[in-house]
Design a protein around this ligand. Structure first.
Ligand code: ADP
Ligand code: MG
Length: 266
């Protein structure tokens, strides 16, 4: 098995491994994430649920290399990429992991497309400018990705001409063209009108079927149950319940806290 970067991936090895991760923001008196550990195996879908403020977005941002960590490690394919260093709470951008930023993709709640670029240019900008890939080859791949998410006819559109669901699907293409080893989704349907949620979730289901390793934060419990292989419930920066059997977590969770949390979605 060879992943998108051409590196050998060993069967059974974790694609992403988080060990004893600690994250504390500057001026905070305690960590927002405290001793978080979990593995995301190759080609699996790992779902994170939890109440607002529990640290879900912060966790994804540290994994995407957008925030320094103060303890623990983040590894990709068995290789430690990021080691927490105490005292980096207010580290500047240069301290953040450029390797994580290039190897891990992220799609955010707000579809932050460049407003003055067409759909095609939004997708091809990073691979041509940052990765210096051939423009013709990148455009061809971008068009294939747009076909895959049902937007082949919108390549020359401007972001303001698209619906929220369409913009979010373009944002997914923009992440995919960088061939991320792990793709992170932070409540990507939370800001969408209800009728547009399905079209985005369907794209994510198709990605999961294709074997993309994904880490998903969502409040859509039906969807979470349908897509998850493994799941954790996060609260107050700690893991309350962790399950390698997502179906069991959603139907018969072990902890009273998880039962209570899931009941709020009934
Ligand atoms: P969630 O995504 O689960 O709602 P967040 O990761 O956004 O949780 O936030 C977790 C905690 O960290 C919250 O108490 C929030 O106020 C705090 N927090 C988030 N971002 C920052 C920041 N940039 N600086 C300081 N505190 C933050
Ligand atoms: Mg959040």
């Amino acid at each position: 098995m060879t992943d998108a970067t051409g590196k050998q991936a060993q069967v059974g090895q974790a694609s992403l491994e988080i060990a004893h991760l600690v994250k504390q923001y500057a001026n905070a008196d305690k960590p927002v994430l405290n001793d978080i550990s979990f593995d995301v195996p190759h080609g699996k879908v790992f779902v994170i649920v939890g109440p607002s403020g529990s640290g879900k977005s912060t966790l994804l941002r540290t994994i995407a290399g957008l925030e320094p960590i103060q303890g623990g490690t983040i590894s990709l394919n068995g290789e430690v990429i990021e080691t927490g260093k105490p005292g980096t709470e207010s580290a500047g951008r240069s301290k953040r992991s450029s390797e994580l930023r290039t190897r891990v993709g992220m799609v955010f709640q707000s579809y932050d497309l460049f407003p003055n670029k067409t759909v095609l240019d939004n997708i091809t900008l990073a691979p041509t400018l940052v990765q210096k890939r051939d423009k013709a080859e990148v455009e061809q791949e971008a068009i294939k990705l747009l076909e895959r998410v049902g937007l082949a006819d919108r390549k020359d559109s401007w972001p303001h001409e698209l619906s929220g669901g369409q913009r979010q699907r373009v944002a997914i293409c923009r992440a995919l063209i960088l061939h991320p080893e792990v793709l992170l989704f932070d409540e990507v349907t939370a800001a969408l009108d209800p009728e547009m949620v399905r079209e985005v979730l369907d794209v994510m289901l198709e990605l999961a079927d294709s074997g993309q390793t994904m880490l998903i934060v969502t409040h859509e419990m039906q969807f979470a149950r349908a897509i998850a292989d493994q799941v954790i419930l996060l609260e107050d920066g700690g893991i309350v319940e962790q399950s390698d059997n997502a179906e069991q977590f959603f139907t018969n969770p072990t902890t009273e806290r998880a039962k209570q949390f899931l009941r709020t979605f009934e």
